[in-house]
Design a protein around this ligand. Structure first.
Ligand code: PHE
Length: 358
C-alpha cells in the first residue's frame, strides 16, 4: 500500500507542477497511457488471487480515477490561464480619451444634411436615398417631363453616354427622382425626406456644377397645401433656430406638381448678417406643390384615392445663409484653412433637444 500512496503523491505532485498543456499530456501518457505506471499497476491485478484482487482492485481503480480527475482539473486550469494570458496580451484600451484638439471637422454641408434630417425625423419623416447617376426616366419622364418637354432646358443636364441597351443616364439635376423611386417602391402613406447631391451645367458665385438639395414627399389620402405650409414653417423655424418665421407663397410652375408654389421667407438684410423672422426683405427658399396626379399614375399610385405634396430646396444655400458663407464655390475647394474656420466638431451630432448647431 505504501507503494501506491507514494505513486499517487508523486503523480499528483507532478500534475500540480505541470507548466503547460504539453507537459500535462506527457504526464497523462506516463501514468494512464498504455504503458503508463498506473496502467501497469492495474495489469498486475490479473495475476493476483481473488482475495488480493478484492483488496487491490478498488484501491488501484480508485487511484486511477483520482489521477484522471486531477489531470482533467489541471487541464481546465491550464486552458483558463492560457486564455486569460491571451486576453491580457491582446487587450485594446478603448477608454483612451479623445484628443483635446480635434484633428478633423465636419463640413458645413454634412452638418446641414444632419440638421435637416434631425428636424424632419422629429416630424415623422423617414430618410430615402437615390443614386447620383440616374435614369433619364426617373429624373424626367416619370416626373411628367417627357423627352421633348421644354422644361428639360431649365435643367442644363449633364448627360452620360448612352448604355448598350439604348437607355439614357444623367447626373440627376434635382433630388426629385427620389420621389419616383419611393412611390414605385412603397405603398402610401409615404413621408420621406431625401438630402443628396445634384448636378447642373452652371458655375458662378452662387451656382456650383455639383450642389446639394433636399427633397420632401408626403402621400396620403388627405393632404393639402395647408399641411405643406405648416411643415415648411416648422422646418425653417427649427433650422434657423428662431421662435417664428413668416413664409410667403408665390405661384410657380414645375411639371411634377400642380398647383406649384415657391416659398419666400421674411428676413432682414439691413445689418451685416441676415436675420430671419422679421424685417422687410424676402428670400426664396423652396419649390413645392401638390404632386401632379400624372406623376402618381406614372409611379403606380392610385391618383383617385391618394394625393400628396412635395418640396425641395438647396442645402448649400441653407448652409451659406445660416453660417454666413458668401461663395458657394468655397464649399468644394477642400481648403483646410476654410474647413477649420467653418467646420463643426466631429462628435457633436445635431439633435433637436441637444441643439442643432450649438
Ligand atoms: N426639383 C425642383 C427643383 O430642383 C424643386 C421641387 C421639388 C419643386 C419638389 C416642387 C416639388 O427646382
Amino acid at each position: 500500500m505504501t507503494d501506491i500512496t507514494a505513486l499517487e503523491n508523486e503523480t499528483l505532485a507532478a500534475i500540480a507542477g505541470a507548466g503547460d498543456e504539453a507537459a500535462l499530456e506527457a504526464l497523462r501518457v506516463a501514468s494512464l497511457g498504455k504503458k503508463g505506471s498506473i496502467s501497469e499497476l492495474l495489469k498486475t491485478l490479473g495475476g493476483m488471487s481473488p482475495d488480493e484482487r478484492k483488496v487491490n482492485g478498488p484501491a488501484f481503480n480508485g487511484l486511477r480515477d483520482r489521477i484522471q480527475s486531477a489531470i482533467t482539473a489541471k487541464k481546465l486550469a491550464l486552458e483558463e490561464a492560457a486564455l486569460n494570458a491571451r486576453l491580457a496580451s491582446e487587450r485594446v484600451d478603448i477608454t483612451l480619451p479623445v484628443r483635446p484638439e480635434p484633428v478633423g471637422s465636419i463640413h458645413p454641408v454634412s452638418q446641414v444634411f444632419d440638421e435637416v434630417v434631425a428636424i424632419f425625423a422629429d416630424l415623422g419623416f423617414a430618410v430615402a436615398e437615390g443614386p447620383d447617376v440616374e435614369f433619364d426616366d426617373y429624373n424626367f419622364t416619370k416626373l411628367n417631363i417627357p423627352p421633348d418637354h421644354p422644361a428639360r432646358q431649365m435643367h442644363d443636364t449633364f448627360y452620360v453616354a448612352k448604355q448598350a441597351d439604348g437607355s439614357q443616364h444623367v447626373l440627376r439635376t434635382h433630388t426629385s427622382p427620389v420621389q419616383a423611386r419611393t412611390m414605385l417602391a412603397q405603398k402610401p402613406p409615404i413621408r420621406i425626406i431625401s438630402p443628396g447631391r445634384t448636378y447642373r451645367v452652371d458655375s458662378d458665385a452662387t451656382h456650383s456644377p455639383m450642389f446639394h438639395q433636399f427633397e420632401g414627399l408626403v402621400i396620403d389620402e388627405v393632404t393639402h397645401l395647408g399641411h405643406l405650409k405648416w411643415v415648411l414653417e416648422e422646418f425653417y423655424k427649427a433650422f434657423f433656430e428662431v421662435s417664428s418665421v413668416e413664409l410667403r407663397a408665390r405661384p410657380s410652375f414645375f411639371p411634377f406638381t400642380e398647383p406649384s408654389v415657391e416659398w419666400d421667407i421674411r428676413c432682414d438684410r439691413s445689418g451685416s448678417q441676415i436675420k430671419f423672422g422679421s424685417g422687410s426683405d424676402w428670400l426664396e427658399v423652396a419649390g413645392s406643390g401638390m404632386v401632379n396626379p400624372r406623376v402618381l399614375d406614372n409611379c403606380g399610385i392610385d391618383s383617385t384615392k391618394y394625393q400628396g405634396y412635395a418640396f425641395g430646396g438647396g442645402i448649400d444655400r441653407l448652409a451659406m445663409l445660416k453660417y454666413g458663407i458668401p461663395d458657394i464655390r468655397s464649399f468644394f475647394e477642400s481648403d483646410l484653412r476654410w474647413l477649420k474656420a467653418y467646420g463643426f466638431a466631429a462628435l457633436d451630432l445635431p439633435t433637436l433637444d441637444g441643439g442643432l448647431s450649438r
